[in-house]
Design a protein around this ligand. Structure first.
Ligand code: SAH
Length: 207
């Protein structure tokens, strides 16, 4: 399929990730008007003024996260639920937090329809993490923060990996990977990206 060849040409080599992205229909995570562009490598609008990420960026972040089948993963910024579905194909335990109730509700429906493993969507402020389920082996933020949130680093297991876009909200941001060792945090820069900002609190959705 053209979609998978395109991801390969952008440096995605991990066979498990390519398989997961072939198995999860991105079209199911989009509203009708945007469905014709589901397999173009572009971000697209979703409800509540948010966006579903570009497929090659989803693949790149997932590859950097290095998810193994026994990892407990936390995603901040459920959005459409697409990234969570890819993660759920790779491991058995995924928690994802979204501050817009409406997006969380829609994502839950979509994820249930796909009959994936254990994936739970939570409406809440992801910058607070999920203390009752911590520590996590992997944490992925799909909204940009000025700095890596200390609360989330605190919920990452030693030996764990966190991937996130950092930088000011309306500018180009840098994707970074943080590996937590027993003595420190190791940072790797993975290139420029552009995400919506990580905002505090639960959104006041207009029903
Ligand atoms: N991963 C998504 C795309 C992310 S868009 C997908 O696959 O479709 C970023 C999302 O982060 C938006 O839906 C936005 O509402 C959400 N967000 C921003 N700040 C947040 C916070 N503090 N807690 C939870 N979600 C947040």
């Amino acid at each position: 399929m053209q979609f998978i060849l395109g991801l390969r040409s952008k440096g995605i080599t991990d066979a498990r990730i390519l398989q997961a992205m072939e198995a999860i229909p991105r079209i199911d995570f989009l509203a009708g008007t945007f469905q014709p562009r589901a397999y173009a490598d572009t971000p697209l609008p979703i409800d509540c003024g948010q966006t579903i990420s570009q497929p090659s960026v989803v693949a790149k972040m997932t590859q950097a996260l290095d998810v193994t089948p026994r990892c407990k993963v936390l995603e901040i910024g459920t959005g459409s639920g697409y990234q969570a579905a890819i993660l759920a194909k790779l491991t058995r335990r995924v928690y994802t937090i979204e501050r817009h109730r409406q997006l969380a509700r829609l994502a839950t429906k979509r994820l249930e329809a796909l009959d994936l493993g254990y994936v739970t969507v939570i409406t809440g402020d992801g910058s607070l993490g999920l203390p009752e389920q911590s520590p996590f082996d992997r944490i992925l933020l799909t909204a940009a923060s000025e700095d890596p949130p200390a609360i989330l680093l605190g919920q990452l297991r030693v030996g764990g990996i966190m991937v996130l876009p950092v930088g000011q909200s309306d500018k180009v941001q840098t994707l970074i990977k943080i590996e937590k060792t027993d003595t420190n945090l190791e940072y790797t820069e993975l290139g420029e990206v552009r995400f919506v900002p990580l905002l505090e609190g639960i959104a006041e959705d207009i029903a």
